[in-house]
Ligand binder design. Sequence first.
Ligand code: ADP
Length: 664
Amino acid sequence: MFKKILIANRGEIACRVIGTAKRLGIRTVAVYSDADANAKHVAMADEAFHIGPAPVNESYLRIGKIIEACRISGAEAVHPGYGFLSENPDFVEALDHAGIAFIGPSASSIRAMGLKDAAKALMEKAGVPVVPGYHGDNQDPDFLEAKADEIGYPVLIKARAGGGGKGMRRVDDPKDFQAALTGARREGEASFGDGRVLIEKYLTKPRHIEIQVFGDTHGNAVHLFERDCSLQRRHQKVIEEAPAPDMPEEMRAAMGEAAVRAAKAIDYSGAGTIEFIADVSEGLRSDRFFFMEMNTRLQVEHPVTELITGEDLVEWQLRVASGEVLPKTQEQLSFSGWAFEARLYAEDAPKGFLPAIGTLEHLALPEAIARVDSGVRSGDEITPYYDPMIAKVIVHGPTRDAALGKLLAALEATEVAGCVTNAAFLSALCRHDGFSKGDVDTGLIDRDLEQLIEEPDVPEDAVALAALAALGLTRPAEGSDPFETLAGWRIWSASRQFALLEIAGDRRDIEVRALENRRFAVHLDAKVKTYEIVQVDGPALTYDCDGHRARAKVIAGGQDLTVFQNGHAFTVGLPDRLSGDEDAAGAGDQVIAPMPGLVKVVFAEAGEDVTKDQPLLILEAMKMEHTLKAPRDGTIGDLLVAEGEQVTDGTVLLALKEEADAAA
Ligand code: ADP
């Protein structure tokens, strides 16, 4: 076994690998960019090397720097995590050359599976069923369109070098084919430097079921059962589970065998995943699953397999890479119970799932209920440079129902302030009827999106607590600072004050009158309710309102307050009384960059009439394209950016004429 390894990654996966290495007594070396100097993975490792500025191609993708760090530190092997260099055969060869082991498959295995088209051809040969479609060399647009006609609509255009759902376009109508082809190529080119595509039949009721495989350098290969990753948005996984609901034993065996055949066809060693798509228009059937692609690395969702099998897949990777045989044979492997993983992201679900950035002013992860794999701590920043994942919340239970209940409880116990997250969306998924019954397919989220991202009204108690907190009235009565105590509770106890809050886009001035003994009368719309602050413990408050005693947490960020209660987080703004109501007035008239990015395409021209939700620009941020739409019907006044321009978040990209002007 290795004595020292380097982890060529960051975030949760770097921390996860370091955890297992420590348990096995292996010393660890981290690498970091400027943006990560104080990151958790750096703090966890025994030593760490700075490898460059924040952008990934100047740091985490620099092969030379990583090899140099191995040389200086004496690391014998490199774990690549996922993403970054994990599926880069040139990296593996460079390591081979330097005499450093790669904790993963050989360069030739990676190459064989690196491009979706070549991989499909190879699997066809090995007798593994593949999705019907065209995966040849001819990339002429008219030829591809003719192939799409032959395959029959709907079709899916996929960048052959694609991954993470990027470079994919579904086309329902032949007239949209060419535009979709251009989009898929552009994204493939931008993300992977390869604009070539393949065309597949688009299955209308599919499930994504993948098999975890493992090979060693002694010719053995096994599978560790399936994961169902059908809950997706824009072809990206949201919640994964293992095993797959309603999986017939015969189909599980057929898929497992096909996956092992696939692994053996390329002499695979290490952890890999064979992704299949199952056509479930008539339920799960052994003759209706097709190879989609192989990921030649550890997957983000590997923990669900770990929880049902009891195996540590990173330990397996380390053993296999150091030359040992697989820790178990197929017969020795079994699974029990059910596991789920939810991906907690800094993203704004109601605003089209835009990735968000910010400082995690407060972070409470549900470690008492779940396994939590996270690469950030309270106070850390989510930057625009990397994947905005905050944590993976992973649970195990004896049955699917029990595990799903645990997942919901864990998500409800998750508290993040300072950055919007998809926690409410994930909780809504756990409560979704179809999903609770195990009736999943990849279209579920899209079909019920509106219901899943619906934002509940801010409850009266949360408004009242935010108002009290905004006025500094929720501080402990016996604070260490006597003046604070006086200010909060005594001096103006007989007076009234107003808290200006911005709630769901509206400004509200909430009147608060201090009564005696930490009791306050709060004016809420038409009624006045009396709140008594019973106990204060940091941000946690116990209060009483009309004989109902309840708890909440109120956390102050820079310009807002977040109230956590009953598994929900409500954020209200603290607008400056002196500033006008600009945001509210201006918002509807402008298209603003929600995050830093590159203006990829501008569809509109100054003076053009547009209708609400018409796409106006494409902003590329974090390698994904985001379509920005018209906020209302109107006429474009100023176009303030041009294609190719790099913008910071908050930049006004385009302004609509004021309604009065437009009418004149
Ligand atoms: P990536 O490598 O970008 O993750 P995949 O080929 O693995 O791309 O596909 C990602 C997801 O897209 C799948 O999980 C599935 O939901 C959907 N998908 C892929 N191929 C098809 C298809 N032929 N029909 C319907 N959906 C598909």
